[in-house]
Design a protein around this ligand. Structure first.
Ligand SMILES: N[C@@H](CCC(=O)N[C@@H](CS)C(=O)NCC(=O)O)C(=O)O
Length: 203
């Protein structure tokens, strides 16, 4: 299998961290140059019509995009350690947090980056006011995360899960928009220190 990835991009990093947590070493990682627009080529578009990384290409040529879908596939192939939960309620709570993180944190951080910096202005309409609004939306999520982490060691509860990976990749990427969880968020800081100790942190 091949994983089309990009250095420093938060969504491919989610998949790379899952691979590291599960000890998956038999997937070739191919870096795509997003800045040069290699993901906009006809060849890449055939793998993902939305022209985004990550994409997992199976040995028969089937292409799976969307980080959550790729992670779900990897969890089926490599069930240990479980990152999507084992019991029905646990699975649902992990999925709930992962969706909250994608919709209410990663997406506004991404919009703020795109509309605030104009990084991809060659391929989209940049609306600076939308960037500002997205920053406010992303900021609103930090107290939600803080409250959850005051009550639990990990985002979805008592165990490390894919939700921690999505949160970490988003929080670190949020530096580009100068959004940080400062001293007013002690539980997030405690959790973040623990995340940095995991071997997958450097994936
Ligand atoms: N919903 C997708 C989002 C993928 C995405 O936005 N990827 C970014 C990198 S993190 C990308 O490929 N950007 C390149 C571009 O927009 O041209 C997922 O979960 O994988």
């Amino acid at each position: 299998m091949k994983l089309y990835s990009a250095p420093q991009a938060p969504n491919p990093r989610r998949v790379l961290m899952v691979m590291a947590e599960k000890g998956i070493t038999d997937i070739d990682v191919i870096n795509v140059d997003l800045m040069k627009g290699d993901n906009l080529s006809a060849e890449f578009r055939a793998r993902n019509p939305l022209c985004k990384v990550p994409v997992l290409e199976l040995d028969d040529g089937t292409c799976i995009s969307e980080s959550a879908a790729i992670i779900c596939y990897l969890e089926s192939l490599y069930p240990q350690p479980p990152l999507l939960g084992s019991m029905p309620a646990e699975k649902a709570i992990i999925d709930m947090w992962d969706r909250r993180l994608e919709n209410s944190f990663m997406q506004p951080v991404g919009f703020c980056f795109q509309h605030g910096t104009g990084f991809f202005k060659d391929r989209m309409n940049v609306v600076p006011a939308w960037g500002e609004e997205s920053m406010l939306q992303a900021q609103k999520f930090l107290p939600v995360l803080e409250q959850q982490l005051q009550q639990h060691p990990f985002i979805a509860g008592e165990h490390f899960s894919v939700a921690d990976i999505t949160a970490l990749c988003t929080l670190e990427f949020a530096r580009v928009i100068k959004l940080r969880a400062g001293d007013e968020y002690p539980a997030i800081q405690r959790w973040y220190s623990a995340m940095q100790q995991r071997p997958s942190y450097n994936a």
